[in-house]
Ligand binder design. Structure first.
Ligand code: BES
Ligand code: MN
Ligand code: ZN
Length: 461
């Protein structure tokens, strides 16, 4: 999508562009009102007085979606009447996100895809505004790249090709990418990752991405990279298994957040860690009752092979320690329970650090990747204490299904507590796919790339 800033009024738009205008009436609808030669598409945006940042983001997306369904290729639009909510960077981000479809596996129709090709953005123009539009487009494109990767079917991506996707994402950028193979992981003693990987014919990988935008202590991001989560021997039922090719959404977000940090030349040291496995019930698969020795030395009793994300992240959190991080954030489609708790519109954030929780909430609110906090109080800790090993991966027993998102966080805390820095866990299962009302294509939502970038930019190390 070509997005060009134009100073002045939309009234000056060339005839070949459809003018998009807004009305307070007929909220949520749209219609063509053609006067003379100028084609005009009117969108019911609701009352100006009720506008806010959240609604403004959705409105931007509905501009693109409306143009798309009407098969319009070139539009002119002006947001001046929204006054303080008009933010050129947000417009650019959300235009790019709304203009995305996952078409990789589709045959192109004769008339071509229905994406928007040209946008003229009328209003005040200046070099600074120009810059923020460019930045918004970069952010939107990174979100979309994350969505393309996350949407890739399980049959088309393996831990090995996910590692390659990390390399490809940073081509031409100053990011160092190293991938550890199974042998190296064995040498290190990453027993938790190796345990989960056993059921698959695909070998696990562990990828380290490093962007050194300054010399300070790094922001370390860890992303769950389960390329397909069948549940393992605790096989998922049919209706729960379908979307589990997207169980590497955390990895996709981390990969593209590191790449974007470099592309935007952020002055931060950023490290991405991507543990990747396929969770399968093969004849060599790990079993319920197995005890894994994690990289930390702590032993883990596996009560449920479907609670695999926390296992691979356990070794990753231990590995993070060697970078002497300023802060560690892990990102994972960790639990269905987080969806039960929060519905479809916010990821869960779990941390013992109130200041960090506040910063992440801020980054969420500003960026549009909304989060909501769940507790990690001591009261919950007994539930992950092991019977026959140090820790167990789920509580087991009749109370196991209560507060599952917290159990996931509490399990990770057993490893994160060894870090000498603040840590937070983002359970992005609620935002793995777009929700009704998001004005986004079906499939991966690309969360929380925008939050992570906002966080990295504003976090004072
Ligand atoms: N990848 C799933 C969680 C998930 C579910 C993500 C739905 C997105 C949508 C995770 O590995 C898992 O299977 N979690 C279990 C945990 C349980 C065994 C304690 C779950 O949520 O059922
Ligand atoms: Mn699972
Ligand atoms: Zn999983």
């Amino acid at each position: 999508m070509r997005l060009t800033l134009k100073s002045g009024s939309i009234k000056n738009a060339p005839e070949s562009y459809v003018r998009i205008i807004f009305t307070e009436k007929n909220k949520g609808t749209n219609r063509f009102i053609n006067k003379g030669k100028e084609e005009t598409l009117e969108i019911g945006a609701g009352k100006r007085a009720e506008m806010n940042r959240r609604k403004f983001m959705i409105l931007c997306r509905s501009v693109i979606q409306t143009a798309k369904v009407n098969k319009v290729k070139k539009i002119a639009v002006q947001f001046d009447t929204f006054k303080k909510f008009y933010n050129p960077q947000l417009v650019a981000e959300n235009f790019e996100m709304a203009n995305f479809d996952f078409n990789v596996f589709k045959t192109e129709p004769e008339e071509g895809w229905d994406d928007i090709e040209e946008v003229l953005l009328y209003g005040t123009s200046s070099p600074e505004i120009e810059k923020s539009v460019k930045k918004g487009q970069e952010i939107g494109r990174a979100v979309n790249a994350c969505r393309t990767l996350a949407n890739t079917p399980g049959g088309d991506i393996t831990p090995t090709t996910l590692a390659k996707a990390a390399k490809d994402a940073v081509k031409g950028l100053p990011v160092k990418v190293t991938t550890l193979g199974k042998k190296e992981m064995e040498k290190l003693g990453m027993g938790a990752i190796l345990g989960v990987a056993k059921g698959s014919t695909e070998a696990p990988t562990f990828t380290i991405m490093e962007y050194k935008g300054d010399k300070g202590a790094p922001v370390v991001l860890a992303g769950k990279g389960v390329t397909f989560d069948s549940g393992g021997l605790n096989l998922k039922p049919s209706n729960s298994i379908y979307e589990m090719h997207m169980d590497m959404s955390g990895a996709s977000a981390v990969i593209h957040a590191v790449a974007l940090s470099a592309r935007l030349k952020l002055k931060r040291h950023v490290i991405g860690l991507i543990p990747s496995v396929e969770n399968m019930p093969g004849n060599n698969a790990y079993r319920p009752g197995d005890i894994l020795k994690s990289l930390s030395g702590k032993t883990i009793e596996v009560l449920d092979t479907d609670a695999e994300g926390r296992l691979i992240l356990a070794d990753t959190l231990t590995y993070a320690k060697r970078f002497k991080p300023a802060v560690v954030i892990d990102v994972a489609t960790l639990t269905g329970a987080s969806l039960v708790a929060l519905g479809l519109h916010a990821s869960a954030v779990l941390t013992r650090d109130d200041a960090l929780a506040e910063k992440i909430a801020q980054a969420g609110e500003k960026s549009g990747d909304y989060v909501w906090r769940l507790p990690l109080w001591d009261e919950y800790e007994d539930r992950v204490k092991g019977e026959f090993a140090d820790i167990k991966n789920v509580p087991g027993g009749p109370t196991s299904r209560y507060g599952g998102a917290i159990d996931g966080g509490m399990f990770l805390w057993q490893f994160a507590k060894e870090l000498d820095c603040p840590w937070a866990h983002l359970d992005i299962a609620p935002r793995m796919t777009s929700a009704p009302g998001d004005e986004l294509a079906k499939g991966a939502a690309g969360a929380p790339v925008r939050l992570l970038i906002h966080f990295i930019e504003h976090y004072a190390v």
